[in-house]
Write a protein that binds this ligand. Sequence first.
Ligand code: FUL
Length: 527
Amino acid sequence: MEKDRIDLYLSYVPTKAQKRAQRENFNVFLHYGLNTFTGKEWGDGKADPSLFNPSKQNTDQWIKTAKDAGAYGVILTCKHHDGFCLWQTATTNYGVASSPYKGGKGDIVREVSDSCRKHGIKFGVYLSPWDRNHESYSTPAYNDVYCAQLKELLTNYGEVWCVWLDGACGSYMDGKPRQEYDWQRYYALIRSLQPDACISGCAPDIRWVGNEGGFARESEWNVVPEFACDIQTIQANSQQKDDGKFAQKGADIVYSDLGSRKFLANFDKFMWYPAEVDVSIRPGWFYHSSQDNMLKSHSRLLKIYYDSVGGNSMLLLNLPPDRRGLIHENDSEAARLLGEHIRKSNAQYVSPVSLTAPESEKGCEVHNITDYSFDKTTCDPYGYYTPAKESDAYKIVLRYDKEYLINRLRLVENTAFSQRVETFSIYASVKGKRKKVYDGTTIGYNRIAVFKPVLTDCIEVVFTQVRRKPYIEFIGAYEDNGYVNKKPAFFRLRQWLHKVIYESFINRENKNAEKRYRKIHNTQSEK
Ligand code: FUL
């Protein structure tokens, strides 16, 4: 019975777009619009478009900054909640066409997408479903307007890698009910116009991690109950008030565990739904000069990077352009330092001289795990290792030509076979003694296991609990890069308190939503 359940979980695998997103796992968010000029986070849709007038706008500088940071792509807020459109649209006058910028002929979406192509990085769009300006909002006609906007953005600007649908809404502030969004119609339209794009947020392809503070789950799963994609719940958990607090919230506002066997046992319907951590480099999402010296520190950014990209999530880091139309020097320097760290760290890979592992399936030998290369079209790896037989534990030993000071291992599962590793440990031979250096849980598409540096010429990875058997695409050790994955006592205490207090008592809302979901979808009742 349990084996059947496991096989059911393993039947969920990523689509091509999801595989690509997990390979190109770090992107930059660009929050820019009328708010940049009014100093607001949530514009009310009434600000005068003439305020939008950047003096030195240079989207090449934005894209170069994103590239320097190590990002694969960007996502531009083509329209935020205030309804102000950054492109020449036929759906409203509220946008750049009514601004003095380039005499009303400017098109920021065009400029950003052109710069992306020029510098070889992906272009994505954020189009806020909540619109505080359009007169049709809260009526069925708004769904037509929203679709017309999607159509303009997805047909006139070349390839779009992601469409980000924000669940945030505070329409009560305008005395209006929340729009009855026709999500299925939006998804169908996006699929028809950009079949390779990922749809994120209130959407089925990429899962919002559940907070905007830069916190990832320690054990992140890609196969989760379908319930995680319940749009009503995502909306209910999204920002509802513009009080400056939401983006700072540290705690996950949905469950800390969405994919363990114990959790999945409550459900019958599942999906491959990988997580993304979206976070701003500044306290706000839009640029405010008062926050020029309030950027997240280099070490905080590294922690966010290792916890998200290094923990089977993706990272979407916001770098908001300023009133000149440039990414501020402080932000671009912080981005450059992050990128420099990532590039240098990746170059510290140490090649093993020999590998041993339990007998492999034919064609899936263990030497494959030293090579991360993959087919750019299918996003599947050229090679991987899988043992011939299932067993209780699997040990892979990597030997080196001499001792190296190692502080981390990167591990990758071949997700074409779903996500399988539940627990693993890493040992190093130090002065001839076998020493445990790391205990881990999930791996998924990427795990960067960071530990105290050890001088070693032999490393062992032992997979101690696996759904059926592991399919390993890559394991690599890296020389010490000075990064320390600190978990200060107060952080651990807060996590524990969050688990005990928040999840047990305050999280009733989610429980109700889960029950409602089961009722609608007729899934098994809670055990
Ligand atoms: C939130 C929005 O309300 C913020 O303004 C920002 O766009 C963020 C990414 O999503 O929920």
